[in-house]
Design a protein around this ligand. Structure first.
Ligand code: ZN
Length: 287
């Protein structure tokens, strides 16, 4: 039998069966017991025994994030709002990490009831290559479209605080129960470990309230950064140098496209800053 690990408490694993959709309490078998061997989000083979069910095998992962540990995320909903002011550096970093980890980024503007349609669209300027959705968790606007994007996938919520991720989670799961679950903490000796759980919206549609630390911090080589900007990749062959990173090189097609207004200037400027940040980090590491 196969299923998805939706919750882990110490060494008890809750596996949602692929066919029945029911959560089965399993134990990890023998060597599948060390921390990190089985993650929330893992697709597993399990067997039921006379005493208890047990996980027999963890199937290959699409990706694995840390803090919290979670595997096999298909898409990330990056939530922004008119208030607090969007942190586009964070948005850009999450997008880069998504592409790196084979996760589809989706930008979701929340609190659109505070904005005109034009103002809401303006908040996603420069992200024309990425799927964008406009919702209001409070007023229930755009949730059907958002749910349609999540159908059949494991999606995580990402973004800065106070943009309404919790109300979005509640609106999508259709209960206030989520708040209680989120604040639930497990005491493990002196360490308080965050309780990670997947919310199943139906048999195949699953949601996790956090994207984990992995998507928030950039840890790549500076010259690799340009590969995660779709709008740059299409221009790269026209740069004078194939190794062009589009910062100080002459005859750079990306910079020309920025000048012509074909690439969003603000997003390009943030790219240059992120590039320099990565370069600085790297030179510190090798000092
Ligand atoms: Zn270039």
């Amino acid at each position: 039998m196969t299923g998805t690990v939706v919750k882990i408490l110490s060494f008890e694993y809750y596996v949602k069966d692929d066919i029945t959709g029911e959560a089965v309490l399993c134990r990890g078998r023998g060597r599948l017991k060390r921390d990190g061997d089985i993650l929330v989000g893992d697709k597993v083979e399990y067997a039921t025994g006379s005493k208890s069910a047990s996980i027999e095998k963890v199937l290959p992962r699409r990706n694995a994030l840390v803090r919290p540990y979670v595997a096999n995320i298909d898409s990330a909903i990056i939530v922004i709002a008119p208030v607090p002011k969007p942190d586009y550096y964070l948005v850009d970093k999450i997008i880069v990490n998504c592409y790196k980890d084979k996760i589809e980024p989706i930008i979701c503007v929340n609190k659109t009831d505070l904005l005109s349609e034009k103002e809401a669209e303006k908040l996603t300027n420069g992200y024309e290559d990425i799927k964008r959705l406009y919702v209001s968790a409070e007023k229930g606007i755009g949730l059907t479209e958002l749910l349609a994007e999540m159908r059949g996938r494991l999606t995580c919520l990402a973004g800065q605080s106070a943009v309404g991720k919790t109300s979005l989670l509640n609106a999508l799961t259709g209960s206030d129960k989520a708040i209680g679950e989120l604040s639930q903490r497990i005491e493990r000796g002196k360490n308080t470990t965050r309780h990670t759980e997947i919310y199943a919206l139906d048999n195949t549609t699953m949601l996790i309230d956090t994207c984990g630390f992995s998507l928030l911090e950039l840890d790549i080589e500076p010259q690799e950064l340009k590969l995660y900007y779709d709008e740059f990749v299409s221009q790269n062959e026209n740069c004078r140098y194939t190794s062009c990173v589009h910062v100080t090189e002459p005859e750079c097609a990306v910079k020309l496209a920025v000048e012509r207004g074909e690439i969003d200037k603000a997003r390009y400027d943030r790219y240059v800053e992120l590039y320099n940040e990565l370069k600085q980090k790297r030179s510190k590491r090798y000092e």
